[in-house]
Ligand binder design. Structure first.
Ligand SMILES: [Fe+2]
Ligand SMILES: [Fe+2]
Length: 202
């Protein structure tokens, strides 16, 4: 989620000596719960984390540690949004740098909105967090109005809703189109992946 311009004015994050340093899921969840009170926002980050992990394993053949890297980036990407709306991304980045976390995790978080943070997604992990961020929330909104939620949801109903600008109007369609233009998968494939892997609405 990002709805303003929060340019970071930098392109390197963390230091290479910290490559491989990750939080455990328990540590990342504690940080998330300490910083974020809003259940909806916590759910958004858990959903993006689950999608990142599943994508890393299924599409990137990631080992356990690499999958954890993707998952942690998803789990913390909006952690500072609620308490520091004017410095979104900057605060969580500084926190992870202080904790000596793997620079790829930090760069990934910084990549989740190129036009907002001024950081271009570089690797697949960066591109996929950008891809999932808005679309995950959009499909969540679509699930909320269906009695069976994700069960039986079809891709066409989502592409149709994307063209209906009044539906989930806060979701930026330009960001979704820009994100999909950067990867080698179609919008339909990504939508299907989210329907299949997004944790059910609680
Ligand atoms: Fe965000
Ligand atoms: Fe987000």
């Amino acid at each position: 989620m990002a709805d303003s311009i929060y340019l970071l004015n930098r392109n390197t994050f963390g230091t290479i000596e910290n490559a491989g340093n990750l939080l455990t899921i328990e540590e990342a969840t504690t940080l998330l719960n300490d910083w974020v009170d809003n259940d909806r926002l916590r759910l958004h980050m858990r959903q993006v984390a689950a999608l990142m992990k599943a994508w890393a394993i299924e599409k990137e053949n990631a080992d356990e540690k690499t999958a954890l890297k993707w998952e942690i980036a998803g789990l913390l990407h909006d952690a500072d949004w609620e308490k520091n709306p004017n410095y979104h991304c900057r605060i969580i980045i500084e926190k992870l740098e202080k904790l000596n976390i793997d620079p790829e995790v930090i760069h990934c978080i910084a990549s989740h909105g190129p036009k907002y943070f001024g950081v271009e997604p570089e690797n697949e992990m960066d591109k996929m967090i950008y891809m999932f961020d808005e679309l995950s929330g959009f499909i969540h909104a679509a699930a909320l109005i269906r009695p069976t939620r994700y069960e039986g949801m079809d891709v066409k109903s989502i592409t149709k809703k994307l063209k209906t600008l009044s539906f989930a109007a806060q979701v930026n369609r330009d960001d979704i189109n820009d994100a999909v233009s950067r990867i080698n998968y179609s919008l339909e494939e990504i939508i299907q992946f989210i329907i299949d892997h997004q944790p059910a609405v609680k």
